[in-house]
Design a protein around this ligand. Structure first.
Ligand code: AMP
Ligand code: FE
Ligand code: FE
Ligand code: ZN
Length: 288
């Protein structure tokens, strides 16, 4: 059984529509796919419908931005098994998307200050989520950067001149809104979080999140080195957190990775998925 519990569609910063993403998952023989767009669940319905025709079970999900300490702490919390019609979830995500538009406008102002004038209209009127990848693609289209990677390295990464921290919820609020919608809250790609290198480091941050109600830890992710995977698995066991895993597929060719397999080492199978389902059921969410 092949499970991939982290993926993105064009509703956020993925390249494939929700339907095309599910078709790509079917081609890779993925049995269960969680669609976890940044700050949006509006692709879930179409993805699930396509999944029913193609034999892919679509687990509703979301990847919520967390921002604390005036943007110095940036984390992503996955909500798996959330009810995609839940009013508080929808309202909260709408607020995050609005804040992202303000942030995108500030990034454009910074770029303008550097002498790079981009057409703001298509970015700010986007229907779904606007994020740094969209700004990066606009920089490439305008000829200012050779690739989106180049755009991140020169302008958009933390510490670079057009960087703006993402708007986000507090960790407590992110966990609560996910629980309210029936889902389990899992810290996504923990080593890729920003600003958790203080006292206690990552383990300290995980301990704090666990005390706030965190349910799971993303152990398997293409951005994790083997030693990190081992360490995260141990941390999950010690804190009684459910281990999860996914490809974080965006379809942008950024890294050589495949749905359901990542770089070939995801190994997230039936047994692990069963534990995820048990945890979601305990929260009253949706399992597939
Ligand atoms: P944002 O949520 O707007 O801060 O954008 C973060 C997203 O940017 C991540 O989810 C990745 O999909 C994407 N990203 C991060 N680093 C890079 C990179 N070097 N090149 C392209 N996309 C990236
Ligand atoms: Fe992304
Ligand atoms: Fe993420
Ligand atoms: Zn992601």
């Amino acid at each position: 059984m092949i499970c991939d519990l982290h993926s993105h569609s064009s509703v956020s910063d993925g390249m494939l529509s929700p339907e095309a993403l599910v078709a790509a998952a079917a081609e890779q023989r993925v049995d269960v796919l969680a669609l976890t767009d940044h700050d949006d669940v509006s692709g879930v319905h179409a993805a699930a419908a396509r999944g029913r025709t193609l034999g892919v079970r679509l687990l509703p999900g979301v990847e919520i931005s967390v921002s604390e300490d005036e943007g110095r702490v940036q984390m992503h919390v996955l909500g798996l098994g959330v009810r995609p019609e839940h009013p508080d979830l929808l309202e909260t995500l709408r607020g995050l998307r609005e804040a992202r538009q303000g942030r995108a406008a500030r990034m454009l102002e910074r770029l303008a200050g550097l002498g790079i004038a981009l057409d703001a209209e298509p970015l700010l009127s986007r229907e779904g989520v606007v994020g740094r990848p969209h700004v990066a693609r606009a920089l490439v289209a305008a000829g200012a950067c050779s690739s989106t990677d180049d755009a991140f390295v020169r302008y958009l990464r933390r510490g670079r001149p057009a960087y703006e921290p993402s708007a986000g919820l507090s960790a407590q609020r992110a966990i609560d809104v996910i629980h309210g919608a029936g889902g389990i809250a899992c810290l996504a790609h923990p080593p890729l979080s920003a600003g958790v290198d203080g006292p206690g480091g990552l383990a300290g941050a995980v301990e704090r999140l666990a005390s706030l109600g965190l349910d799971g830890l993303e152990v398997w992710h293409p951005g994790h080195r083997p030693a990190q995977i081992k360490r995260l698995g141990k941390l999950a066991r010690e804190r009684s957190l459910v281990p999860t895993g996914g490809s974080d597929f965006h379809g942008d060719g950024r890294r050589e990775l495949r749905l359901g397999r990542g770089r070939g080492n995801l190994r997230f199978g039936a047994q692990s998925y069963q534990a995820v389902c048990d945890a979601i059921r305990a929260r009253g969410g949706v399992t597939v």
